[in-house]
Design a protein around this ligand. Structure first.
Ligand SMILES: [Zn+2]
Length: 321
């Protein structure tokens, strides 16, 4: 008889600015355990939080550490996935940290690190029942996206694949943090919307939607920007990578019922003059995740499997074909 632990357990951690969400998966994807704890500020706190989350999961499952096959970590910031080094994770107070090496050393388990949105893209793809290429769009403070093709994160030549947030769609628009004007991020990024709104508040996007419902002119314009920006991002991802579905996650999913119809309507409206765009049925190709979805932790748990060469011949293909 074989049990769920026989081929090893994969642990995935999603380290965010305020919390760490951890998950333990069996080889067949069954969720064996979950953990949630606050994340800390600075290198030592991030490392301690990661190690404590793993230990908590091991205790919960009541298994020996040898049963843990791999630890995957999704973390915001610039990640060199090959070396496991995290750079500029500003929300966590991390400038440069060899996260994978430290975790490996502390726990004696293989560790892979990836940007949190790319990890979430992998998780979103894994939750689907087919293998069609997908994109994961994460409108948070900024707007990031990841593309998964054949079950693997598509990075592109220099790791920029999917960065549609900095595609200019309104050359006369607001100045973006990247220096350009009218990037998609200036339209539907939470940070840009909060600045344009300028009235403070803990949840500015929700406040904008509330005020727009009450016919506040500024809010109506910003809500329109939100739908326009998200629709532009969906269009860019499908046109550039021909993904079957754009899965939308991130902080805005808490507001899904209030934004999903608007994004779909905007996609339909933008397609009116173009039989070509109409033929793509973009409004039917978006999917909003539930607010409490653990896609980033799930994707992180799957990282080592997805990043390892899956085909024995892959290593042998000569560079010049
Ligand atoms: Zn930009």
């Amino acid at each position: 008889m074989t049990g769920p632990f026989d081929s090893g357990i994969r642990i995935g951690l999603d380290i965010g600015g305020t919390k760490i969400a951890g998950i333990a998966l069996a080889d067949d994807g069954t969720v064996l355990g979950r953990v949630r704890r606050p994340s800390g500020w600075g290198d030592a706190a991030v490392l301690d939080g990661a190690a404590a989350s793993v230990i908590e999961l091991i205790d919960q499952l009541d298994v020996s550490r040898e049963r843990i096959r791999s630890i995957g970590i999704g973390i915001p910031g610039l990640v060199d996935a090959a070396s496991g080094v995290v750079l500029h994770a500003v929300n966590l107070g991390v400038a440069s940290l060899g996260l994978a090496a430290h975790v490996r050393e502390a726990l004696g388990v293989a560790c892979v690190v990836e940007n949190d949105v790319k990890a979430a893209a992998l998780g979103a793809a894994a939750l689907r029942r087919d293998t069609a290429p997908i994109a994961y769009l994460n409108p948070g403070t900024g707007v990031a996206a990841g593309v998964v093709i054949d079950g693997r994160i598509w990075r592109g030549a220099r790791g920029t694949a999917g960065e549609v947030g900095h595609l200019v769609v309104d050359p006369q628009g607001r100045v973006c943090g990247c220096g350009q004007r009218g990037c998609i991020e200036t339209l539907c990024g939470g940070g840009a919307l909060a600045r344009a709104w300028g009235r403070g508040g803990e949840l500015p996007v929700r406040d904008i939607l509330d005020a727009a419902d009450a016919a506040d002119e500024t809010a109506v314009a910003l809500r329109d920007d939100l739908f326009r920006g998200a629709a532009a991002a969906v269009r860019a991802l499908v046109l550039a990578a021909d993904v079957e579905t754009v899965v939308i996650g991130g902080g805005l999913t808490a507001l899904a019922p209030r934004i999903e119809p608007g994004i779909r309507a905007r996609l339909r409206r933008d397609a009116v003059p173009s039989p070509f765009l109409q033929s793509l049925h973009l409004d039917e190709r978006i999917e909003l995740l539930p607010a409490d979805s653990a896609v980033a932790a799930i994707g992180a748990a799957l990282l080592s499997a997805a990043n390892a060469p899956t085909h024995p011949l892959e290593k042998e293909i000569p560079v010049h074909g």
